[in-house]
Design a protein around this ligand. Structure first.
Ligand code: HEM
Ligand SMILES: *[C@@H]1O[C@H](CO)[C@@H](O)[C@H](O)[C@H]1NC(C)=O
Ligand SMILES: *[C@@H]1O[C@H](CO)[C@@H](O)[C@H](O)[C@H]1NC(C)=O
Length: 322
């Protein structure tokens, strides 16, 4: 009888492992602890250097991770350069003249390669770098799961359609995140990334001149740096969080409560709809925002990773290995 219970227990454990192995990627925080023990301090130091040189870089590096993960999973596809025979994602609509931080990633990859050649994927570097960027700008720390591998392909078409546009309605934003296995709450929490970083006039012009759910003084102030006529001052920049643009905090949500969201999509989260209560909660309680943001970042990072022998460990993040 006792041996039968042991048998059942062992069988259940094995079954559990099999199910886990087949339905979940094998990502784990200690994936490189034997093969690259100093990986985390190496990357942290590089992120500190990059952010010390330019605080905005923390925002740019966080965004890179988002734009990578939303296009066929977190596989570093966003880092691949266009070549005469290869169309990458850098010139897709949401990325062109907008995403940045590639030189910083090159420097991080070079430092990692020097310590542990051919071991660490660019996809994992993006994951760690996003976390360290949040920490460097005063946000919360969390353990990231590792073991992703790098894609040998990219998809400009998927980048065009999978990354949500700033013109999106609440329903469209929800649908776009849902397509990545992310909930409404995940969507609102991840949007809190707009507590740091800058946007171009072309992405907030219409809101500041034509929308009604915007604070009047705020709108006029933004108009000063963003001429009404399309094509004029398109690349002029404004902070996504007017209060603390280089600090990772919950001011993004406080701004929404007073209709000072910069992008149309930002203000959609607090516009009399189903997400108003979540915005209220995060505006009042930074710890609630942080814990939901962390959970959602981990969930986004788990999205369809290449693992095992799929993909490759790229030698240079900008190009596939021959
Ligand atoms: C909810 C849907 C989202 C939309 C529609 C959106 C859209 C945008 C747009 C239009 C910009 C400005 C780009 C430019 O003007 O060049 C921007 C910047 C930024 N986004 Fe988002 N975003 C969304 C969600 C996210 C998420 C989930 C993250 C990260 C977790 C994120 C992180 C950032 C950061 C940090 C910046 C500033 C980047 C910099 O200064 O270089 N965004 N976003
Ligand atoms: C992405 O969108 C741009 C602008 O509409 C377009 O020129 C480009 O061909 C699109 N890429 C793909 C692969 O559909
Ligand atoms: C600009 O804003 C107005 C007012 O909200 C809206 O009707 C229109 O569709 C917007 N245009 C674009 C291109 O987003």
């Amino acid at each position: 009888m006792a041996s039968f219970s042991v048998f059942v227990a062992v069988a259940i454990t094995i079954l559990g492992l099999l199910i886990q192995g087949s339905s979940h990627p094998q990502l784990s925080p200690d994936f490189y602890s034997d093969t690259c023990p100093d990986l985390l301090p190496i990357i942290q130091h590089q992120v500190q250097l990059a952010v010390a040189e330019e605080r905005r870089m923390g925002a740019s590096l966080l965004r890179l991770f988002f734009h990578d993960c939303f296009v066929n999973g977190c596989d570093a596809s966003v880092l691949l350069d266009d070549t005469p025979t290869f169309i990458g994602e850098k010139n897709a609509v949401p990325n062109k003249n907008s995403i940045r931080g590639f030189e910083a990633i090159d420097a991080i990859k070079a430092a990692v390669e020097e310590a542990c050649p051919g071991v660490v994927s660019c996809a994992d570097i993006l994951t760690i770098t996003a976390r360290d960027s949040v920490v460097e700008l005063g946000g919360p720390y969390w353990d990231v799961k590792l073991g992703r591998r790098d894609a040998r392909t990219a998809s400009q078409a998927a980048a065009n359609t999978s990354i949500p546009p700033p013109t999106g309605s609440l329903d469209q934003l929800i649908t776009s995140f849902h397509a990545q296995g992310l909930s409404v709450q995940d969507m609102v929490a991840l949007s809190g990334a707009h507590t740091i970083g800058l946007a171009r006039c072309t992405n907030f012009r219409n809101r500041t001149y034509h929308e009604k759910n915007i604070n009047g003084l705020f709108a006029r102030e933004k108009q000063e740096s963003c001429p009404r006529t399309a094509g004029h001052g398109d690349n002029n920049l404004a902070p996504l969080d007017l209060q603390t643009p280089t600090a990772f905090d919950n001011y993004y949500y406080k701004n929404l409560l007073v209709y000072k969201g910069l992008l149309h999509s930002d203000q959609q989260l607090f516009n009399g709809g189903s997400t108003d209560s979540i915005v209220h909660a995060y505006a009042e309680n930074p710890d609630a925002f942080y814990s939901d943001f962390i959970a959602a970042m981990i969930k986004m990072g788990d999205n369809k990773p290449l693992t095992g022998t799929d993909g490759e460990i790229r030698m240079e993040c900008r190009k596939v290995n021959y």
